[in-house]
Ligand binder design. Structure first.
Ligand code: SIN
Ligand code: CO
Length: 388
């Protein structure tokens, strides 16, 4: 996509301007980001999802058995009828994986890397409902889906910001409001990480939160070193064949530290492994149990496609690709696959994967590596047959 073309979703500024001036820096209110937006899901359907075992959901009741009572789903149907008239919120995670029309909304965010996008959470709030003043460690786009919500934004926060005592929620003890707006369907508010915010439902309201993935530095270090350690032998150890006589045998000297730094740098600086780990990590599915596929061989796949079958991305799968030297890496739902450079266009097609069929796959089905790749992705569950 051209980064210098005005984007309706961003209120007419370009992707380049948005990234330069707002992304991870400051909030942006966009009136009618999606003009005349009609929510593809209604409150009853959202509540229906919250009954399902595989869907992550929460209820937050401001004046429940304790202030800001939180209950985790799945919920029983009669639980909703026992709720008060006002001041509660139902939050349902990753609705994009269960409702294709919600997943389609993400097409509007193609100016950002898809592997950075986490999920679309949808909240339904009764009048006065809110999850309290808080901050998130991630960027978020808050799209108003139905009804009105009054948003207040406040100060930048960090781990030292005082919180209310609460076992499950991180509600700010001190919210210093700086700006506020009432959002109507189609309006959207972008918030950078750590900015305090507080959205209160004016009437029955649905709010869509497009959230992002950003591993913490601690996660990067622990997960990457775990990954690296698989490739290391027990024989590779701290060595000091260059050691000099010591003046005090109890002292750890500078040269020991230098040897350790060299050992770390040798492994941590391995870009190929870093990229492999990162791609796998960022494409790990939220619900791995929903990414499974059938046993299938190349001939059966070809046969199905010849008979008109269409392959689409499993909505629970995550795909990305990258290049290493002359080769390519495809990341599919937490796994990686090294592929020859000539498959570049196929990889792009697979990652965009609106629909793969005889017409657009054509030449790639004649390529053994191309066929194998498609077959593996179906077996792994990242791609599936549209009619299944
Ligand atoms: C909500 O939809 O009620 C909460 C979204 C958020 O504040 O991150
Ligand atoms: Co938030």
């Amino acid at each position: 996509m051209n980064p210098d073309i005005p984007v309706q979703l961003l209120g007419g500024i370009t992707a380049r301007e948005f990234l330069r001036d707002y992304w991870q820096k400051k909030p942006l209110l966009i009136r009618q980001a999606i003009p005349d937006f009609e929510s593809p899901i209604d409150p009853d359907e959202l509540a229906g999802l919250a009954l399902e075992e595989e869907v992550e959901s929460r209820l937050i009741i401001e004046n429940g058995v304790r202030p800001w009572e939180m209950r985790r789903g799945p919920f029983a149907e009669d639980e909703f009828s026992k709720l008060p008239e006002t001041e509660w919120t139902l939050l349902v995670q990753a609705v994009d994986q269960f409702v294709p029309e919600v997943a389609e909304l993400l097409e509007n965010f193609r100016f950002l890397p898809s592997w950075r996008i986490d999920d679309v959470m949808i909240s339904y709030a009764a009048p006065g409902g809110s999850v309290g003043p808080h901050f998130d460690n991630y960027d978020v786009f808050l799209l108003q889906g139905h009804g009105k919500r009054h948003w207040k934004i406040g100060q930048m926060c960090d781990t030292d910001s005082p919180l209310l005592e609460h076992a499950d929620l991180r509600i700010l003890a001190d919210f210093q409001g700086s700006d506020e707006w009432t959002l109507e369907p189609g309006d959207m508010l972008y918030l950078p990480p750590r900015l305090a915010h507080w959205g209160v439902a004016v009437d029955d309201c649905l709010t869509y939160s497009v959230g992002f993935r950003a591993p913490s530095a601690a996660e990067v270090l622990t997960h990457f070193t775990d990954f690296l350690s698989q490739f290391m032998s027990d024989e590779e150890r701290y060595t000091d064949a260059d050691a000099q006589p010591v003046s005090d045998p109890h002292q750890i000297q500078r040269d020991a530290l230098d040897r350790l730094k060299a050992l770390l740098a040798e492994h941590m600086g391995d870009e190929r492994l870093l990229l492999t780990w990162f791609g796998q990590f960022m494409t790990e599915p939220r619900y791995p149990e929903l990414v499974t596929g059938p046993e299938l061989d190349d001939a059966e796949l070809l046969d199905s496609l010849e008979q008109g079958a269409i392959l689409i991305r499993n909505p629970s799968a995550r795909l990305a690709w990258s290049e290493v030297d002359d080769d390519l890496l495809l990341f599919a739902s937490g796994q990686s696959r090294l592929l020859p450079g000539r498959l570049r266009e196929l990889l792009k097609l697979v990652c965009a994967a609106d629909a793969l069929h005889m017409d657009n796959l054509g030449q790639w089905l004649a390529d053994e590596d191309g066929r194998d790749l498609l077959c593996e992705l179906v077996k792994q569950g990242s791609l599936g047959f549209a009619d299944e």
